[in-house]
Design a protein around this ligand. Structure first.
Ligand code: NAG
Ligand code: NAG
Ligand code: NAG
Ligand code: NAG
Ligand code: NAG
Length: 420
């Protein structure tokens, strides 16, 4: 399809009266951006150079080696329990011996050098006891192009956190299942869903590995207003979440803007629990529905025919028992969501998709399934405006290039066997 076609289409759309008159639910769920422009750069190719991509990959591999060495040490016992902070009576280990290249806080206050590795440990066996201190210690520098790793040791961190656009190339890696938890809701956070997030990230090339992000606000009773409670909000141009848990009820994961890759994650919620205008692949993730009378796994917000955003779920599992839950609701008129090779249990409501009370969206959304299985996957009761995709239709959603992933997803996080 030619570019001019889209330009003309976009032109026509401009003159379509797009007064988004919404249901009450839409307004409630309307998330207000605080004017962050984070998501746009990547799509315009701002970081597209091959050299840069190779660099990211190289860093990823080095990083993995370091973690493997460290895990091997953790396995050896004594050093491991110190690392995990299980025995506070032990003297803090000499972290610089354990992690070659580690800069202790004292010598990196003024200069952060390549390979910086920060350890957060609640028992004092790291550089900081809290995650906020670790983030805050990293100077703002949007042009920094080397990675800073924050290792978060076991524990529950009651912190509300934000990594801004000025702090790119941060990795957070959990050792011993650390949990970051806060409990803001939209109504507490100045009536802004955006601001309810326990953990928000706008820094580019962010990676999280083995981390849990939770919003512990109570589940909204039916008809409740202002109970949106985001656990994780991602606005980074590109970001990777690997083996992470994202836990909440309504609006758990705000996939706000930018290109993102979620692999081997556990994502839990009830209403619109993966929502936003991101362009994302979810590979081998479990989408777990907490008991609810009704809800939706996704509320994707693609705005117009030229907006390239969308969610592609590959080899996922939809689990959870009670309720009638849609695969998606059309938050944006051009909402785009595809589930491929995904197992669905009967928590999925037979019609599958909801137009958000506006039938005109039936003509503009792109909703599909490809080779899914399980009792909830049956096409028989589906709305007529969703599709079982043909091979050629599914192919773009199965490829890493859906998110231009060949350019930036670290090699070791890619599917072992590509789907196409
Ligand atoms: C389409 O949506 C994108 C993303 O929200 C926006 O940046 C762009 O201006 C929109 N284009 C038109 C023609 O409305
Ligand atoms: C439905 O959505 C379309 C386009 O998004 C909009 O132009 C129209 O006003 C909406 N209609 C209603 C009844 O909400
Ligand atoms: C702990 O680490 C030190 C330094 O790396 C090493 O010499 C020692 O053998 C380790 N202890 C155990 C029990 O593995
Ligand atoms: C939040 O919105 C509700 C309903 O619209 C309103 O009654 C309330 O005053 C608002 N609260 C704040 C802090 O703006
Ligand atoms: C993350 O945790 C898994 C176990 O759940 C472990 O196998 C893996 O090595 C860990 N990854 C890193 C980078 O620590």
């Amino acid at each position: 399809m030619s570019r001019s076609f889209f330009i003309i289409l976009g032109f026509l759309l401009l003159f379509e009266p797009l007064s988004v008159s919404c249901t009450r639910q839409l307004q409630e769920s309307e998330a207000q951006s605080i004017g962050e422009q984070g998501g746009k750069l990547g799509r315009e190719g701002g970081h597209g150079s091959e050299e840069f991509a190779r660099w990211v990959e190289r860093v990823g591999q080095k990083h993995r080696l370091k973690l493997e060495q460290q895990q091997a040490r953790a396995m050896q016992g004594e050093n491991g329990s110190r690392l995990f902070g299980e025995d506070p009576s032990l003297a803090p280990p000499d972290l610089s011996a354990m992690f070659p290249g580690l800069k202790q806080y004292s010598d990196w206050e003024s200069v952060v050098s390549p390979g910086t590795y920060i350890v957060v440990d609640q028992n004092g066996f790291g550089n900081f006891r809290g995650i906020w201190e670790a983030i805050d210690s990293i100077p703002n520098d949007v042009s920094r192009q080397y990675r800073i790793t924050i290792q978060v040791n076991a524990g529950t961190y009651r912190e509300k956190l934000y990594i801004g656009k000025e702090k790119p190339f941060i990795t957070m890696v959990g050792i011993g299942d650390p949990v970051i938890v806060w409990d803001d809701t939209k109504s507490i956070a100045g009536n802004r869903t955006f601001e309810s997030a326990t953990f928000g990230v706008g820094g580019d090339f962010f990676m999280a590995i083995n981390m849990t992000f939770q919003n512990s606000a109570p589940a909204p009773p039916p008809g409740a207003v202002g109970m949106q409670a985001v656990a994780l909000r991602v606005t980074s141009d590109v970001a990777v979440f690997y083996n992470c848990k994202i836990l909440g009820n309504q609006d758990s994961l705000y996939d706000h803007n930018g290109k993102h890759y979620f692999k081997d994650c556990f994502i839990q919620g009830s209403i619109d629990f993966i929502f936003g205008d991101g362009l994302s692949i979810y590979h081998k993730c479990e989408l777990n529905v907490v008991p609810t009378t009704s809800g939706a796994v996704t509320a994707q917000k693609r705005q117009n025919a030229t907006d390239d955003s969308g969610f592609s779920f590959q080899l996922c599992w939809i689990t959870g028992a009670a309720g009638q839950v849609y695969l998606g609701r059309a938050w944006g008129p051009f909402s785009r969501v595809v589930y491929s090779y995904t197992w669905m249990n009967d928590v999925i409501y037979a019609p599958g998709w909801f137009d958000w009370g506006n039938y005109t969206r039936q003509e503009t959304v792109y909703y599909g399934q490809y080779k899914c299985s399980g009792p909830g996957s049956n096409q028989a009761g589906r709305v007529t405006w969703s599709h079982e995709l043909a091979d050629w239709e599914a192919a773009p959603f199965l490829s890493l290039s859906f998110v231009d992933g060949e350019a930036w997803i670290p090699q070791y996080m890619r599917p072992v066997e590509p789907l196409v």
